[in-house]
Design a protein around this ligand. Sequence first.
Ligand SMILES: [Ca+2]
Length: 164
Amino acid sequence: MCTAFASAFSLLVVILVFDSTECQSLTAENIKYVVSQDKQNWIQALINCKSSGMELATVNSEEEHLAMEKFLKDSGHDLGYWLGGTKLGDGTYYWAPTGAKVVFTKWFVGQPDNGGLDLPPEDCIQWGMPSYSPKPTGWNDLNCNRSIQYICQTVDYCYAPNVV
Ligand SMILES: [Ca+2]
């Protein structure tokens, strides 16, 4: 009897936990970020985050920018990292994990510069600029084939209607 009660209680707990996480929209406060140990080109970074049950990170507001800035500072990361943004043929940047246009931006002054005339096109968004000193926080457009570390984040399954 006691065992049966315990089993029923466990089932109830499982149901409650499942329900509470079924569609809980992420806010800047509860997004979890992970910086990769490895360096990859942008498309492989996108795949690796997805393979680990996460997404290549997006930054959709000043609040999310500040949350990521704090996370990176607190965890001692001050290099350059792939975000989930890429430029398509129409010249517009999109967040690949959600398909949403990049509306909120945090480009460094002078960026995106597409690498200048003598370099390959720069079509992917990099957080940070490791060559700058002191290191500011912001975005740079970088050649998608470059291998750098990348930031994965928890997935938001509750996309707002105007996002999809
Ligand atoms: Ca650039």
